[in-house]
Design a protein around this ligand. Sequence first.
Ligand SMILES: NC(=O)c1ccc[n+]([C@@H]2O[C@H](COP(=O)([O-])OP(=O)(O)OC[C@H]3O[C@@H](n4cnc5c(N)ncnc54)[C@H](OP(=O)(O)O)[C@@H]3O)[C@@H](O)[C@H]2O)c1
Length: 251
Amino acid sequence: MKIVVIGGTGLIGSQTVNQLKLSGHEVVAASPNNGVNTLTGEGLKEVLQGAQVVVDVSNSPSFADDDVMHFFKTANENLLPAEKAAGVQHHIALSVVGTQKLQASGYFRAKQVQEDMIKASGIPYTIVHATQFFEFAGGIVQMSTVDGKVILPAANIQPIASKDVAAFMAQTALQQPVNKTLEIGGPEKFDMAVWVKQYLQATHKSYNVASDANALYSGAPIEADTIVPEAAVFLGKTKYADWIVIPENQR
Ligand SMILES: NC(=O)c1ccc[n+]([C@@H]2O[C@H](COP(=O)([O-])OP(=O)(O)OC[C@H]3O[C@@H](n4cnc5c(N)ncnc54)[C@H](OP(=O)(O)O)[C@@H]3O)[C@@H](O)[C@H]2O)c1
C-alpha cells in the first residue's frame, strides 16, 4: 500500500513516516522541501499517483489569522480534489481537541474549515483531535506572554508527547476510515499554569507565571475543560516529568 504523509518532514510528520516505514508499506514524506506544495499544487498529482492513504499533518508556517485561514483553505482546496482524482481511499488529518469550542480564535477557525472541507469531500476519512504536544509548552508561553509576564487561563490541559501522537497517526493510517473524529490525549491532566511552570523550571527559563480566569487561549475564551478530551480513544503512555528530563536529541 502507498501512504503519502503531507507535512511528512514536520514534528509529527517525520515521526509518523518513520513509524509507518516499520510496517513495510511504501511511505512518502510530502512537503515543500521535497517538491510537494499543497498551496501551489506543485507535485501533488505526481505524489498521489497510486496512493491509497493520505495522512495530512501539515501546518501553516505563519499563525497570523489571515495566513492560517489561507493556508488550510487553499491547501485543502488543492489536496482533496487531487486525492479524489487519484482514488485515495482514506484521508486522515490531525486537528486539536476542542477546536469546535474555540471559534473565537483565528487558528481554530481555520482548523474548523479544514475539518468541514474533509467531511464534505466525499473521501472516507478519520479526523484525529489531539491535545497539546509536550513540545508546544514553549509556544504556549510565547502566545501567553504580556509585558514579560505569562498569563494563562485558569484551565486544565492534558498534553501528549509528539511521539505518542505519531504512533496513533501511523496506527490509524493502517486501519479503515471511521468517518468521524477520534480524540487522543496524554496520560495526565494538569492545571495549565502548573504544567507551564514545570516546563520553565526544567528548561531553566525564568518567567513570572500567573493564572487568570479571564485569560484567553489562542485568542479564545476557555472553560476549565475546553481543551481536555471528552472521550479519548487513546492516551499516550509518556509522562511529562519523565520526558522533560531527557535531552532533546534523545526523545
Ligand atoms: N502544536 C500542538 O500542540 C498541536 C496539537 C494538536 C494538533 N496539532 C496539529 O498538528 C499538525 C502538525 O503540527 P506539527 O507541529 O507537526 O507541524 P510542523 O512541525 O510545523 O510541520 C509542518 C509541516 O507542514 C509542512 N508544510 C508547510 N507548508 C506546506 C505546504 N504548502 N505544502 C505541504 N506541506 C507544507 C512543512 O513542510 P516543510 O518542512 O517543507 O516546511 C512541515 O512538514 C498541525 O496541523 C496542528 O494543527 C498541533
